[in-house]
Design a protein around this ligand. Structure first.
Ligand SMILES: Cc1cc2nc3c(=O)[nH]c(=O)nc-3n(C[C@H](O)[C@H](O)[C@H](O)COP(=O)(O)O)c2cc1C
Length: 291
């Protein structure tokens, strides 16, 4: 398919974008199989939750496979969906984001376009499809397929949320404490890992992740967008707390990049949590540097 056999995680993260328009073409059987195998091995999140994932995809002789899986018309001709379910737990949504973003990167490597859907999907039909138990969450799903021409350039939603823009380093990454920006040059070999955090997808492109380097660790925080969770529309749609999912995605990108750079570390939730400067900011977890 004209795609290099091996691509680095950096290339994959840079290549990914939210694709909302797909070719009317089923995902190749071999690609479906690869993705299904990958999903089968994906279960344990770094913060202790266990999730399960499935691919619902149309095949050449079964175009009804996606029947009833609705996306409110935002997504044109998806060829499949990655659906996950997980039981409630303290860091469930972060783990869900972490694991599902791993699947997104894998799908990207396999040549597929993807789009996270946290709001624009009919949760109940997807929950039925994965046979979710009553207590299991289906917080978000991934649309997938081969990108239609112009899917990036001619997407009005992209323009609305300024999907090609990201906050500056000054707003996202800090040294020792909030308010003290960390420049890329001062981040040393971790600069690339932070840049991968910055390029990540987030609900409505709000980019709520903040990272502070302190005491041999990278502390990850969620800076909530005021009103984002409690807005009337969100209440109506009963959205899961998508900004916590965003945090898991950021952690996934950081760990994937650190792994590729040979930088050893592991996730830990510090107790007591590192201090926060105001009530919009919540501590999520820390990447503890090994050695
Ligand atoms: C948790 C989450 C939920 C999202 N939900 C939706 C959605 O419901 N509908 C949609 O069109 N895009 C959705 N997106 C895609 C974002 O709008 C997109 O990631 C962001 O605008 C940045 O653009 P990019 O992914 O192309 O880099 C979601 C992204 C995330 C991470």
């Amino acid at each position: 398919m004209g795609r290099p056999a091996v691509s680095s995680v950096f290339d994959t993260i840079r290549q990914r974008y939210s694709c909302r328009s797909y070719l009317r073409q089923p995902i190749l059987a071999i690609t479906r199989r690869h993705l299904q195998e990958y999903l089968a091995g994906l279960s344990q999140g770094p913060l202790g939750s266990t999730a399960r994932f499935e691919l619902a995809a149309a095949s050449e002789d079964d175009s009804q496979a996606l029947h009833g899986l609705g996306t409110y018309g935002f997504i044109k001709h998806p060829a499949g969906f990655i659906i996950g379910a997980l039981p409630p737990g303290e860091k469930d949504l972060e783990d869900y984001g972490y694991l599902l973003e791993q699947a997104v990167l894998q799908a990207t490597e396999l040549g597929l376009g993807t789009c996270w859907l946290g709001g624009s999907f009919t949760q109940s039909t997807f929950a039925q499809r994965i046979h979710a138990q009553e207590n299991e969450l289906v917080a978000a799903v991934i649309a997938a397929g081969y990108p239609a021409p112009g899917s990036r350039e001619r997407d009005l939603i992209r323009r609305q949320v300024r999907a090609d823009e990201r906050l500056s380093w000054k707003r996202l990454f800090y040294d020792s404490q909030f308010g003290q920006p960390l420049a890329p040059e001062a981040a040393g070999e971790y600069a690339q890992a932070l840049e991968m955090v910055r390029l990540g997808p987030s609900a409505s492109n709000r980019q709520p992740w903040r990272v502070v380097r302190q005491d041999g660790a990278w502390h990850f925080y969620l800076e909530r967008t005021p009103g984002y969770r409690s807005g009337a529309v969100n209440r109506l749609l009963r959205l899961a707390d998508l900004q916590r999912v965003d945090m898991g995605i950021a952690m996934c990108h950081f760990a994937a990049a650190a792994g590729a750079l040979g930088l050893a570390g592991r996730w830990q939730v510090r107790d007591p949590a590192p201090s926060v400067p105001d009530e919009l900011i919540e501590y999520t977890a820390s990447w503890e540097i090994n050695g």
